[in-house]
Design a protein around this ligand. Structure first.
Ligand SMILES: *Cc1c(COP(=O)(O)O)cnc(C)c1O
Length: 354
């Protein structure tokens, strides 16, 4: 029986996407060949890559606005380095809102001066820093729109003329807003987009050629863009599966459709966290993530009563990250609201039993 999958990443994908991807591994579109044994330069795969790039921009509302979408390798972690390689000439500002931002800062420092504009480390990253100054001499400002581990998410973006760059790994394609506020953003696929092994990079074409250093080809956005994400052999299976998922999102009303559903889902879990006297939410209310809900027991000892309940209810992947403890319900696009209801029922049964 299929479990209720609350995994933080790699994470749940729509059942129909997994089934269609599995079919294509056996045979792609009656070709007599598997998706994973054809040339990436075949017309069939080129069409897949092209549609994935175009559909990404369409869903984000960026088609025809001077942006390029690319599918690269090395994960979001490689983008920590690549953003700085391509965009950091003098000085960049970073907001430190968690583990992933901390890692992004570390990599950027290899290439130039990094100013930490604000940090929420003082409270174990349970909020999004706000109201900080952004001086106009920065090459760019880097934020992490959703902090997967701590369960916080930007609800309003920093207001600045300085180019905005973002790690959107865990909330890409989850909500509708004005993506043209960003000059560049990236997302590892395995949270809300597809299987691991590929990373979406969206960049304004005017952001090429911003630095004087020599950039190795594989790390050069312009080289990758000119090669249409095929400077080297792309990861064909993840790209195809991402495409299937993008089509699924389009079919479900695009970002407005999935965004409205994600709001309902988040309200269901957070209402119970707030109502149930045995739990407390981790993140500040305003900053709570609609993708990763973090919460703790008021009395850790009671885990021995609560844990068997959700285990028996076929729930998987609920354990919190070690830096927060407690629980994390990752409720990405593909997680049905019914699965959240099963979790809420467990929390209420726990209240009766404890
Ligand atoms: C998971 C995650 C990463 C790391 O992604 P990799 O693809 O493993 O490098 C970076 N940033 C955020 C916000 C994440 O959730």
């Amino acid at each position: 029986m299929k479990k209720h999958n609350f995994s933080a990443g790699p994470a749940i994908l729509p059942q129909e996407v997994i089934q269609e991807a599995a079919k294509a591994v056996l045979e792609l579109d009656n070709m007599g060949l598997s998706l994973i044994e054809i040339s990436h330069r075949s017309s069939e795969f080129m069409a897949i890559m092209e549609e994935a790039c175009i559909l990404s921009l369409q869903l984000l509302g960026l088609e025809g606005k001077g942006y390029k979408a690319m599918f690269l390798q090395g994960g979001a972690s490689m983008q920590f380095l690549m953003t700085a390689y391509n965009l950091l000439e003098n000085k960049a500002g970073y907001v430190n809102s968690g583990t992933w931002s901390t890692k992004a800062i570390k990599e950027a420092k290899i290439l130039g001066e990094v100013v930490e504009l604000a940090s929420s480390k003082d409270q174990n990253f349970n909020y999004i820093p706000k109201g900080f100054e952004i001086s106009s001499d920065l090459d760019y400002v880097h934020i992490t729109t959703n902090n997967t581990i701590f369960g916080t998410q930007y609800k309003t973006l920093p207001d600045t003329e300085v180019p905005l760059v973002a790690d959107m790994s865990s909330d890409i394609f989850s909500r509708s807003f004005d993506y043209s506020k960003f000059d560049m953003f990236y997302a590892g696929a395995q949270k809300n987009m597809g299987p691991s092994g590929v990373t979406l990079v969206v960049i304004k074409e005017s952001s090429f050629n911003k630095v004087s250093r020599v950039i190795p080809s594989m790390l050069n956005y312009e080289v990758q863009a000119n090669a249409e994400s095929m400077f080297n052999t792309p990861p064909v299976f993840p790209v195809y599966t991402v495409l299937l998922n993008l089509r699924w999102i389009a079919k479900h009303g695009g970002l407005e459709g999935v965004g409205a559903q994600n709001e309902k889902k988040a309200a269901l879990i957070y209402d119970e966290i707030d109502r149930n006297p045995l739990f407390e939410g981790f993140a500040h209310t305003y900053d709570r993530s609609h993708m990763n809900a973090t919460f703790n027991l008021k009395d850790d000892q009671q885990a021995e009563i609560f844990d068997p309940l959700w285990n028996e209810a076929n729930i998987s992947g609920l354990k919190g990250h070690r830096s927060v403890g407690g629980y994390r319900a990752s409720i990405y696009n593909a997680l049905p609201i019914e699965s959240i209801q099963v979790l809420v029922d467990c929390m209420q049964e726990f209240e009766r039993k404890a």
